[in-house]
Structure formats: C-alpha cells, structure tokens
Ligand binder design. Structure first.
Ligand SMILES: [Zn+2]
Length: 278
C-alpha cells in the first residue's frame, strides 16, 4: 500500500514571478496526513488559506498560466510547483507565499524538485488516495484535445503543433514515475515564439521573463540560450499538464493523451474528473 507523503524540514525559495515580475519568497512546510496542499498568502490581512481541493473553478484564470483564486485571494502560476509536488508524490504540504505569483526560477520545475528533496520527503502513516480512472473522459476545444483512459500507470502522451516552422510539431510520451519526471520532464523550461514575446509584454505579461528562464524561439532556435532537450517545448507542455492535473489534490492512475492542450483545456478535464469523482 502506498503511503501519503510530506516534507521533513521547512525550506525557503525566493524568486520573481514570470508574468508579474514581482519578488516573492515561499516557505514550504510539512503538514499532517490528509491535510492536502494548502497555500497561505502571508502578505494579506488574516493570512487567508486556500486548500487546493476547494478550488472554485469559476475563479481559475488560464491565460498563459494557472491562477487559483478564492475571493480576494489569488495565487498565480501554480503549475510548476504543483508539477514538482505531483512528480515527487507529495500529498500534504503548506506553501506560504508573500506575493501573488509563485517564483518562475529557471522556468522549469527543476529548482522546486531540488528544494523539496533538500527538505526531505517522508512517508506518513496514512494510505495514499489515488484517483483511478475507470472510464475514458475527454474534452476538446477547436483543434485541441485532452483525454484520459483507464491504465495501470500514470502516463502522458503529448503532441504539439505550431504553424510557425521554428517550433513545428513535437511529440513526447512518458510514464510518470519519480525518476522519469525528474530526468525527462522537470528540467524542461517554459517557451514562447519570438514574434509573440513583444505582444505578451504589451499585454502586461512576461514581466519577469528573460532569455534565461524562457526559451524565446527564433529562426535558429532559442535566442541567447541552448536547449536542454531537442524537444524541450513539448516536455514543458507535459510539465504544465502534470501541474494542472494535480489541482485534483491526488495522483491519477490513467493514460493521458493530449493534442495541443493548454491551461484552459487542462482545467476543463480537471473539472470533469472532479465531477465524476463526486
Ligand atoms: Zn509552464
């Protein structure tokens, strides 16, 4: 029987939000079995707490990042940290944050994984809750599709396809055990097309982005940067999807197939899975 997990020591992470450019400090702390994943905005009056399983999907904003909100409280760009928690199989944790957006760090989940491992991951005396997929569930939006099928493993197969020849089509498929996550997915960084970079800045996004933490894809590959994997962008899309699926607050046993899926569709699937569970 798999057990629930948390972290042993508290650990701090500092950085800048990718979209807002705001400085932020996180403190990650262990928490008791069955307490789940809890965010606390320590910069707001009364330090409001957001339990991930109580998310109101009406308050989820999906523009280039996942924003979880509850009343006046908001937490932006949760996907990379949540992916690290999912990848390392952590069920219970407190995440104190002193600003609205989680740090972007190097644009991947690598530093989150390192920090969590440094804190020490420990088993707890309670069985892990797992969402077993017992029938296919899918959703689509224009030419994007996201489906999940019953299976013995948690796996993701993802196809992305851009009109722009600099990015083109990429495919990757992975069974998500801890090692595969750490080696093949966690280091993949966020990306955008060169032509979109300026447009994003104009819309007030990407204020904390730079050529190091974001692969800006131009004619001859990433500008002022080198790829960690030849298909780093599709691996990052899988990273985002893992993080978004972890809003369910528990691991999934099922095979995910995604075609050009983004935060909006990811959240639609989470919503459907949550409804079917209830
Ligand atoms: Zn991302």
């Amino acid at each position: 029987m798999l057990k629930q997990r948390t972290i042993k020591e508290a650990v701090e992470i500092e950085g800048v939000g990718l979209q807002t450019g705001r400085k932020v400090r996180l403190k990650l702390k262990g928490s008791p079995a069955n307490s789940g994943i809890n965010f606390i905005r320590v910069d707001l009056p009364n330090k409001p707490l957001l339990n991930i399983q109580s998310i109101d999907f009406g308050n989820v904003n999906k523009e280039r990042r996942t924003t979880l909100g509850l009343g006046p409280m908001e937490i932006q760009t949760t996907e990379h940290l949540l992916a690290a928690l999912s990848g390392l199989s952590i069920d219970n944790i407190i995440i104190e944050t002193d600003n609205i957006e989680l740090p972007g760090l190097d644009g991947s989940a690598k530093s989150y994984v390192e920090a969590l491992k440094k804190a020490g991951i420990i088993d707890q005396d309670a069985p892990k809750k797992i969402l077993n997929i017992d029938k296919p569930v899918w959703c689509k939006d224009k030419d994007s599709l996201l489906a999940i099928f019953p299976d013995d493993n948690f796996s993701i197969s993802y196809a992305l396809s851009y009109e722009n020849p600099n990015l083109g089509a990429q495919f990757f498929s992975v069974i998500l055990d801890e090692r595969n996550f750490e080696e093949k997915i966690a280091p993949a960084r966020t990306f955008c097309l060169e032509e979109d970079a300026l447009e994003l800045l104009k819309r007030g996004l990407g204020k904390g982005a730079n050529y190091e933490n974001t692969l800006v894809i131009g004619k001859s590959g990433p500008i002022k940067n080198t790829l960690r994997f030849t298909n780093e962008p599709v691996r990052h899309k899988i990273l985002d999807l893992i993080g978004d699926l972890y809003i369910l607050g528990m691991p999934i046993k099922g095979r995910v197939v995604a075609i050009k899926s983004g935060h909006k569709l990811n959240m639609e699937l989470v919503k459907q899975l949550k409804q079917s569970k209830e």
